[in-house]
Ligand binder design. Structure first.
Ligand code: PLP
Length: 415
């Protein structure tokens, strides 16, 4: 306090500025800061270059500083930033129409984040049954290893002890079942159950794709019991799986879907997309947001959609996914003591390891490759969706160097 301007006489400090971080230490941050980015590459403040296979945690789908997104943001910034949802927002009307036309959905609610998109989805599921005269059907079945965000409702939905601990009684109404346990799932459906919430590919939980068979089974189960199927495509959506949305691989549609991350390409945008039927309880005044869907966010969202729907975009994701997974499978064969399994869908890939994932992420960073850890001792590879063969080669070369270092360390420990 002494060295801050607060206590200095006349408001002028003669002592050293306070160099301690004033950021809430809720994150274990790396001591690495970036100055600028271009495509899949980032330049750190100290000049080092990194290949970005983290993409802001599956956000920067068009890489960094994509000219189409920069132009959209600049042009909108010079016209209008924010007016609130008291008024019609033409850019939002346009994005909602496009999303509805491209998906199962009829109606869209825009948010600023994934957790808020999930909050809307959860509230909508509850309101649907209430509007049908069954307000007691407010419960939702979720899956072990799930991640749906950090608000009070979404940590309850995710059900992870480490995120619930110390935050008081969890929000009521979520029943969690083990991942892939069909018997437990059927047994969990009761007279108060109103919906099932699932990520088509678990991201934070360790890159665990739900088999297409199971997604179809969930759809049937929901139809049979009058439940709403709610998909969390915050991480798996907007092209990341190689389709616009991951559930398309299974040929099914949900009733409600939460989207965020990639849809803003780095600008905070989320969306809750629903059929008209599922949304029937959401009448004027039932839900709201101040920032959600503001003109800046909507201009960028439309520009992102221009890119993702352009011919060849999803094909590139599928091709790069194939190359990446082939190369990773080779590395798994070559370093079986380090890499246990390669999993994922599209460019949401995971390496399940025999060595600590946190150490591996650090080793990759030393090699100039940015990745993200996940549950189940997995390292996530989440590159921008615009990568080409050169980036795949560069990334897998870095992974090979790190894997061989770990393999050598392991064999010298064993000796
Ligand atoms: C990141 C994520 C969320 C939460 O999104 P925020 O924007 O951090 O609130 C929810 N669900 C899934 C599957 C996610 O990956």
């Amino acid at each position: 306090m002494n060295n801050s301007l607060k206590n200095a006489p006349g408001g002028v400090s003669k002592v050293e500025p306070n160099t301690q971080s004033a950021m809430l230490p809720a994150f274990a941050r790396a001591e690495l800061a970036f100055e600028r980015g271009n495509g899949a590459w980032l330049t750190a403040t100290d000049g080092r270059r990194f290949l970005d296979f983290a993409a802001g945690i599956a956000v920067n789908i068009a890489g960094h500083a994509h000219p189409h997104l920069v132009t959209a943001l600049k042009e909108q910034a010079e016209k209008l930033w924010h007016v609130s949802n008291l008024y019609t927002i033409p850019e939002g009307e346009k994005l909602a129409r496009r999303l509805a036309d491209l998906t199962f959905g009829d109606l869209v609610f825009f948010t600023n984040s994934g957790a808020e998109a999930l909050e809307c989805a959860i509230k909508m599921m509850r309101k649907y049954h209430s509007a049908n005269g069954q307000p007691e059907r407010y419960r939702m079945i979720t899956f072990e290893g799930a991640f749906h965000g950090r608000t009070l409702a979404t940590i309850a939905a995710g059900g992870q002890k480490k995120y619930l601990d110390g935050f008081g009684p969890p929000v009521e109404g979520f029943d969690q079942v083990p991942f892939g346990d069909h018997k437990a799932l059927e047994a969990a459906i009761g007279p108060e159950t109103g919906g099932i919430l699932i990520e088509p590919v678990q991201g934070e939980g360790g890159v665990r794709p739900v088999p297409t068979q199971c997604l179809r089974g969930l759809r049937e189960l929901c139809d049979k019991h009058g439940l709403l199927l709610v998909l969390d495509e915050v991480q798996s959506g907007v092209g990341r799986s190689g389709k616009l949305f991951a559930h398309e691989w299974a040929g099914i549609t949900p009733d409600i879907m939460a989207v965020a991350k990639g849809i803003g390409g780095g600008f905070p945008v989320g969306a809750c997309i629903a059929t008209r039927e599922a949304a029937k309880g959401m009448t004027p005044g039932t839900h709201g947001t101040t920032y959600g869907g503001n003109p800046l966010a909507m201009a960028v969202g439309n520009a992102v959609l221009d890119l993702v729907t352009a011919p060849g975009f999803l094909e590139n994701v599928q091709q790069m996914s194939l190359r990446l997974s082939q190369r990773l499978a080779e590395l798994k064969d070559r370093y079986p003591g380090v890499i246990a399994e390669v999993r994922g869908s599209g460019l949401l890939m995971g390496l399940k390891l025999h060595v600590p994932n946190t150490e591996f992420v650090q080793a990759l960073r030393q090699e100039g490759l940015l990745t993200v850890g996940a549950g189940d001792n997995v390292v996530r590879l989440l590159p921008p969706l615009i990568i080409g063969e050169e980036e795949v080669r560069h990334a897998t070369d870095a992974i090979e160097r790190a894997a061989s270092t770990f393999a050598r360390a392991k064999s010298s420990n064993a000796a």
